[in-house]
Write a protein that binds this ligand. Structure first.
Ligand SMILES: [Zn+2]
Length: 136
């Protein structure tokens, strides 16, 4: 039984995205290798804060943080794969509209549609973009 509407993407396309997502997840896991960041991810922990580490670990901290970006991306991909299984993939949880196929092709792990993503990433005080009362 299909639940939810997938106006944006067809089942065949979702299957393709699943393959892309799984490949990307594997790629990241490989690049993380046996790094501490990957182990931290396995434990569901975040890498340690800089101030918690002895000075000689500074380089390691930089390494961890670089990997941290990959770890975050990996989490997003894993969440996207969960949505594939749930049938919620390709639907924006904010506005319940289907996410455009173009966006999914560019960012297969996108959670929100472009509009909601932009609104969420904006600083609250910057939301009043419509008020363009000032002119140069
Ligand atoms: Zn949306």
């Amino acid at each position: 039984m299909t639940k939810g509407t997938t106006n944006g993407v067809t089942k065949a396309q979702i299957k393709q995205f699943r393959t892309v997502l799984e490949a990307k997840a594997e790629e990241i896991q490989t690049s993380l290798g046996s790094s501490k960041a990957a182990k931290a991810l396995d434990r569901g922990e975040d890498p340690p804060a800089l101030e918690d580490l002895p000075v000689q670990s500074h380089e390691e901290w930089i390494f961890l943080n670089r990997n941290n970006i990959d770890v975050m991306l990996l989490r997003e991909i894993e969440e996207a794969l969960v949505r594939v299984d749930d049938g919620g993939y390709g639907i924006c949880p904010e506005c319940n509209d289907p996410i455009s196929i173009k966006r999914l092709q560019a960012v297969p792990w996108a959670l929100y549609c472009v509009t909601c993503q932009e609104e969420l990433s904006e600083e609250p005080q910057e939301r009043r973009r419509r008020e363009r009362s000032y002119s140069y």
